[in-house]
Design a protein around this ligand. Structure first.
Ligand code: PMP
Length: 330
């Protein structure tokens, strides 16, 4: 029998998909790690499980205990699944401007949900600080995905290894960063295997990381409609990343890519996975024909149906989505 052990045993070992339209258009082999096929629906299942297993091993969490986390949604969803499967409760703090689909899922999973108005990181009202305070007040385990090394370790020990098992050493890797766990763990693993693998960040508008990687400065301006990515400080998880450079990907490019992949490849992705594919096309153009490039398909489009796949929202925001070729990627 080839069975997986419960929810925890089903996280990971996601398929690596050859993205046909992008591979054909660029002359490269562009591969997407299908993280939306994790049992909780996103790449963050890995970090959630990794942080809980680590807390259990350290004795920071015991049966019936409370897990507290601030999240744009996916980490909270992953934590709720893991908590239900392993006998814990969850208190999730989330900014109230994220897609309503995520709050609905969290409620359905049984989370205690605290929606807070968006606030800059420097303010005590920012969801990160609210989660830390609630964790202290309630005597819970604050997962702290931004600074908790169990986050990047899950990708270093698993996601990066799986990519190497499935694809062998690759020419390029590109992904975006929210906490930096994904890019930190995978780039570190790929670089250790082959120092020549070109590892790139693709950063969204309003994030400071592209400037940090390319120029060493943390500029702060702009904003993005993409959720779960973009950050204006260097987290411990991002600091693990081994990078050769960074691209900026715009909202316009990411939204166009999400519809392009749906119509050309039948893939229904969220905005960050689409931005990563924009990054993969940019890296393909940089490395040239014949290169093998891996990126991450972080979550599915259903989590953003009321926005990215809603004609009224697209019109209101001024996004155009009917593209026959990849000329929308600059
Ligand atoms: N995409 C989505 C949709 C996410 O929720 C996240 C997590 N914040 C990411 C990408 C980025 O992953 P990481 O936190 O590992 O940088």
């Amino acid at each position: 029998m080839r069975v997986r052990e419960g929810f925890s045993g089903t996280v990971g070992h996601t398929p690596l998909i050859r993205l046909e339209s992008l591979s054909e258009a660029t002359g490269c082999t562009i591969l997407g790690k299908a993280e939306m096929l994790n049992p909780g629906g996103s790449v963050k299942d890995r970090a959630a499980l990794g942080m809980v297993l680590d807390a259990e091993a350290r004795g920071a969490l015991s049966k019936g205990g409370l897990i507290v986390e601030g999240t744009a949604g996916n980490t909270g969803i992953g934590l709720c699944h893991v908590a239900n499967a392993r006998g814990y409760r969850c208190l999730i703090v989330m900014p109230d401007n994220v897609a309503p689909e995520k709050a609905e899922v969290l409620r359905a999973l049984g989370a205690e949900l605290s929606l807070v108005p968006p606030a800059p990181f420097a303010k005590p009202e920012n969801y990160y600080h609210v989660a830390r305070r609630l964790g202290e007040e309630r005597g819970g385990f604050w997962a702290d995905q931004f600074e908790n090394p169990a986050n990047f370790t899950a990708h270093y020990m698993h996601t990066g290894v799986e990519i190497l098992e499935d694809a062998g050493p690759v020419d390029g890797f590109v992904t975006s960063a929210g906490t930096g766990g994904t890019i930190g763990g995978i780039s570190k693993r790929l670089k250790e295997e082959n120092a020549k693998t070109q590892c790139y960040l693709v950063d969204c508008e309003g994030s400071s990381l592209v400037g940090y990687v390319n120029e060493g400065t943390l500029a702060v301006e702009g904003s993005s409609v993409l959720e779960g990515i973009g950050i204006r400080r260097i987290t411990k998880n991002f600091a693990e990343a081994k990078l050769d450079g960074a691209f900026l990907g715009t909202d316009r490019e990411a939204v166009a890519m999400s519809h392009y992949l749906l119509h050309h490849d039948g893939l229904f992705l969220g905005g960050s996975g689409a931005l990563n594919c924009v990054g993969a096309v940019k890296l393909a153009r940089k490395l040239g024909r014949g290169a093998t490039i891996v990126t991450v398909l972080c979550d599915g489009g259903g989590r953003y149906q009321s926005r990215l796949f809603n004609p009224a929202w697209l019109t209101e925001k001024g996004f155009s989505v009917n593209h026959q070729d990849l000329s929308f990627v600059s």
